[in-house]
Design a protein around this ligand. Sequence first.
Ligand code: NAP
Length: 340
Amino acid sequence: MNDTMLIVHQTARPQGFPTAGHFAFVESALPDIPAGSALVRNLYWSVDPYHRELMDDVPGGFVLDAPLEGRSIGRVIASRTPRLPEGEIVFHRRGWRTHAVVTPEETRHLPRFDGVPLTAYLSLLGGTGLTAYVGLTRIARLQEGEDVFVSAAAGGVGTATGRFARLLGAGRLVGSAGSAAKAELLTREVGYDAVFDYHDGPAADLLAKAAPTGIDVFVDNVGGEQLAAAVGALREFGRVVRIGTISQYNAPDAPPPRFDHADIVEKSIRMEGFLVSNYRDLQEELYEFAVPHLQSGRLAVDETVVDGFEHIVDAFLGMLRGRNTGKIIVRDRAEVTAGG
Ligand code: NAP
């Protein structure tokens, strides 16, 4: 066994977009394993937009020059607890490092479903898919035939939202994304009816063209101008599902979005945000909903997989600039060789 590990630290606070210079890879000896714990070699890592929020000097944010936290899947390689036997595959939150010492309480056993890849537990069956599922079923309370607009439609949450909305019987499904290639892929493969590149003009005009008769639900991953456009396009009793505000994460001085507040009253619009961490009790329900569709082929996972832990920072920075399609996941090189 290699007896060293690599851990990513954040070394400085960014203004605007972060760069590789805000991070450092720190090498150290493998830690001792306290009684009741196990050593995990990480196999897959999730890098997420919320990590950008944690890079700022905010309550609960990343501590400088200390190991970062993130979602990861790994294999137990040495253990001092019968509850985490060697070889077991576990989910935990000590990501951004090649190895982690974990206790049974901070790990989650992953059920294995035939034909479902491990990466799905970080994408469609993980927090990303759960966010999409909660947004549609609990916040929007989507009804069959209702027309839906999704921003950042080509990302992890956006692709999951599109695929789930189709399975839930949505009517016209409209999205926005950062390139014509992404728009084409979403209509060809994910089930969107129309997708516009938000760089192509004012969001209100582009949305009016893509959804000429309006929308019932807006699933918002972006905020800003697209939120204002969607409020204008919503019909009576429309819902805005506020999931994220990625247009602001790297632009702290951008003015807050402006929308017509009178629309909210006159069209009886409901706008509700949520954090997926408050809906963990729906994890089993998500499996029950999604796994049979995954196994039948009606549902597919959309992922951009980056090979090699040494690329984790590049993967994160690339995601912030839209280089991913679907959920971005980093894979250990040993898993590539093993065909994982
Ligand atoms: P993602 O969509 O896979 O990746 C981020 C995407 O955002 C990029 O690929 C990029 O795609 C787009 N983007 C970046 N800057 C943008 C800008 N200025 N305007 C419009 N789009 C921009 O990430 P994700 O994990 O699925 O997260 C999507 C959103 O959901 C984020 O806002 C995240 O914070 C939020 N989220 C919230 C919860 C919750 O509990 N509420 C849970 C998970 C995620 P383009 O090429 O299309 O620009």
